[in-house]
Write a protein that binds this ligand. Structure first.
Ligand code: M6P
Ligand code: ZN
Length: 187
């Protein structure tokens, strides 16, 4: 039997950085077609801001093992819609996931393949259980980076397909200074 080495790392709770992790950067240009207000998207694309960064420690895609990652989701809006992560189902759709809020303010949109959506607010210390089969996307509704940890099966994989096409059935928008979850016109 070959045993893997255990690992302990300290997440920087101010920046979300995990030392030694693989860093992924998603800019607005990586989110083409995701926001409803295309005009506002094109306008902000001139600046092409970083929308989020992911610091991931991932294992081989094997049954039983676990990955973990922090996400630093920056504050901002495209039109009325708050900045969000792409959102995905798992390629192995029955794989669950746990999120843990570290810093900032936001929430998670979850959705079944039939389009039943749920919104769960998140702040530092919030744990969210993502059950099998639910797509999940995080949204920054605050004015500072929203940072959280995710722990997910190493063989879960990311299925972006249908979310990239149609998005979620709900949008998280600002209306008169308030956070509102409204029906998506694209659904
Ligand atoms: C969390 C985890 C990752 C995911 C990341 C960004 O850290 O769920 O698996 O990659 O968020 O989300 P997305 O892949 O939807 O852009
Ligand atoms: Zn996931």
């Amino acid at each position: 039997m070959e045993y893997k080495n255990p690992l302990g790392v300290d997440i920087d709770l101010e920046t979300g950085v995990i030392p030694g992790a693989k860093k992924l950067v998603r800019r607005l240009s990586d989110l083409k077609g995701y926001f409803v207000d295309e005009k506002a998207y094109e306008e902000l694309l001139k600046e092409n801001p970083v929308v989020y960064e992911v610091y991931a420690i991932e294992q081989e895609e094997k049954d039983g093992d676990l990955n973990f990652a922090t996400t630093v989701l920056y504050p901002g809006k495209v039109g009325r819609e708050f900045f969000f992560t792409k959102g995905h189902y798992h390629s192995k759709a029955d794989r669950a996931e746990i999120y843990y809020g570290i810093k900032g303010k936001g929430g998670m949109l979850l959705q079944t393949p039939e389009g039943r959506a749920e919104w769960i607010e998140m702040g530092p210390g919030t744990v969210v259980y993502v059950p099998p089969y639910w797509a999940h996307r995080t949204v920054n509704t605050g004015d500072e980076p929203f940072i959280f940890l995710a722990i997910y099966p190493a063989d879960a994989g990311h299925d972006y397909g249908s979310i990239a096409e149609k998005g979620f059935s709900k949008l998280v928008v600002e209306e008169n200074g308030e956070v509102m979850v409204v029906d998506s016109p694209k659904w």
